[in-house]
Design a protein around this ligand. Sequence first.
Ligand code: BEZ
Length: 407
Amino acid sequence: MTTRRLVISRSAVLVGAASTGLLRPSSARAQSGRVRVGLMLPYTGTYAQLGVAIENGVRMAIDQQGGLLGGRAIEWFKVDDESEPGKGVENASKLVQRDKVDVLIGTVHSGVQMGIQKVARDTGVLNLIPNAGVHAATRALCCANVFRTSFSNAQPTLALGKAMVDRGHRRAVWITWKYAAGDEAFEGFKQSYTAAGGSIVKELGLPFPNVEFQALLTEIAALKPDAVACFFAGGGAAKFIRDYVAAGLKNKIALYGSGFLTEGMLDAAGPAAEGIITTMHYSDSLDTPRNKQFRLEYAKTFRSQPDVYAVQGYDTGLLLVQGANAVKGDLSAKPALYKALEAAVIDSPRGKWRMSRAHNPVQDIYLRRVENGENKVIRAGGHGRATRSAGHARPAPWLRHCFARAS
Ligand code: BEZ
């Protein structure tokens, strides 16, 4: 056979296969091989511990449900995204184009998520966000195939401002890393603090993941506010708390934060973290059988205490199992899969929650204080519940666009 004839006859086979529906690669995969699950998380840098806790949570949830997705075994693929926004598209493409994952779980850093968001929108791959709170993911750039199991950046801080004013702190300095997570956390803080009658004396920032806090702490001492509120997370949060104490500010100016400040690093911060008040969609001390059972099982399995990141990973695993079971493992059955994910009720250690129409958790935000090395719910107002929040105002103007893409 000549080369030309070979090409023509191959094309004929391809056309024939396509017209009979035999060329539906993901559907074909769904009937046979394993489900390909991609993890794109930070495993190095200041957010490394967050990535590990999320992966632990995902695996624990799936293992507890029998280790299968809709009856199919799993093949795992992993990429360290280094919390590096400049490599976001490239890293997500490795999982989607090279590894051909059926679902991409990631990530932690809001800037890196913007790269994933682009790849998810361009390719239609299912993306479950286990942390990154960037607003665009469930607002202007929301789409049918992206679901967040964590929070939106302003969700915790929308509950923080009033709690501070209620404690008599009316003049505050805000300090953060200058990128979407810090800037959007500030949006929530500013809205709630000023609405409650507080005034923001100064907004301070430094680039992510810089931890040279000294000059800014000196400025805070000179400004003499009633309180400081902040967004920091991971290794940088522990350093900020230690430096705050070392600068002699702890007993003079009350320190508050979006709850990430005291998540996963209470051992590293030590006694310096005692007494810090934060707002968050989880608390170690939630006195429910569900949370206690989760914490026990996690500690037994991983020989470490779970934090909010582990909970978010766990909920991501629970969501994926529910979705995959609904379509019997055929993740290419997209309309049915999305319907199941949208309808899912997640029986989480943080309390039961479900998705908003824009695919962000509708959940309780708790007011907590660090006591004896634990984030304890402050039991003011009966249940310690600061707010119930969907992560966006209602009616949300972007929803029409989001819903149009989803249908
Ligand atoms: C973010 O970049 O969205 C983020 C990172 C760590 C904790 C919370 C939010």
